[in-house]
Design a protein around this ligand. Sequence first.
Ligand code: SF4
Ligand code: SF4
Length: 429
Amino acid sequence: MQDFEIKPYPELWHELDMDVERFDKARQMLGGAYSKIFLSQNNRPQAMAYFDEMIAEIFGGRIKELVQAKKEGRPVVGTFCVYIPEEIVLAADGICVGLCGGSPGSIPDAEKILPRNICPMVKSAFGFKAGRICPYFQAVDFVYGETTCDAKKKTWEILDRLVPTYVMEIPQMKKERDRALWIEEVKDFKAKIEEISGKTISPEQLAAATKVINGKRRALQRLTKLRAANPAPISGKDALLIEQIAFYDEPVRFAAKVNELCDELEVRVAKSEGAFPKSALRVMVSGTPMALPNWKIHNLVESAGAVIVNEESCIGTRYFKDLIAEGTEDLDQQLAALTDRYMRIDCSCFTPNDERVTQVLKEYKDSAAQGIIHYSLQFCHTYNIEEIKIREACQQEGIPYLSIESDYSPDDVGQLQTRIEAFLEQVEG
Ligand code: SF4
Ligand code: SF4
């Protein structure tokens, strides 16, 4: 295994008013886990070196860029949901970063304040701020929340005591009047970003920002398509890592690096070279997002010899499957096109949300998977209940299916391993 260290930046962390001693321990643990989970893999693409470096610099290099942007008067916005239109932040020359919420380490901090029986992603994220143990949280000017699930929308009221937190109202249905509400919310969001940045967003700036974010989403689409090859040219763990990095890297640089990786993967596909042998079972994961550093399911599945070929979730295809129509520099038309794209997101917070069932079946086919694992975070009521419809659709189509509900603690790893191995035996037939 290669030597790997997540680089320490204690001075920078002091400047950001972090609990440096505690954070440094978390940094070392994360570095160890990364080494074990990622660097021990065989036959990784060479272009993964950039993404390894992004992790090595996760608490320094990118943070310095955010701090520098703030010094230049550019807004740095923290978000938690793929509904927040990052194109608008970028158009105001701002930076949008998805905040961390995938670690058990910050949950005790949250549980001192929030109820225990809510989603671990919400607790983890809140705990990072409460414990001052996330440099991203410390670097953002403010947070944009949304009214998707109950846990999040009520947490924003409490989070606002620690960091300015604005909230967008996300409709719960997709009728015409919901679209009308959403477009008004998008306009309010734009006005807020303009107020905070002191800049008026021009149609040209919005067109340019749309192009950049479309470019990032296109690169991720390309990566997803390549994973459909057999043998899979890249592991699910590496693909998940890239999808997680998409939420905090600079978008132009990130898209270029993903495209470089895809060039390498195309060569691999042409030569029938894979990260796993051709005989490896192919599994798709569907459900709740996996925020950094939540690698639990991917690690278990791939340690059992199968390969994950698709993530139907907000960390995966739900984030990048749809693009915004380009080609107009009329602001109203641009905002309408943006709204149309964001209204296509099929999160379980909508009712009804049957398009997600169709999408799961489509991605299963497109990715040439042989079974689906539905993954739901504990206490996520909307995904847990929507799971019924996904399960029924898989039964109807004869798709091998396993439903997992889990949190971030390592306590259920043994039990999950047994269930996953039994499932893979079932897939093998
Ligand atoms: S699952 Fe829903 S609430 Fe969570 S990030 Fe995705 S769209 Fe937002
Ligand atoms: S996983 Fe579910 S409960 Fe957790 S933040 Fe997302 S929508 Fe809310």
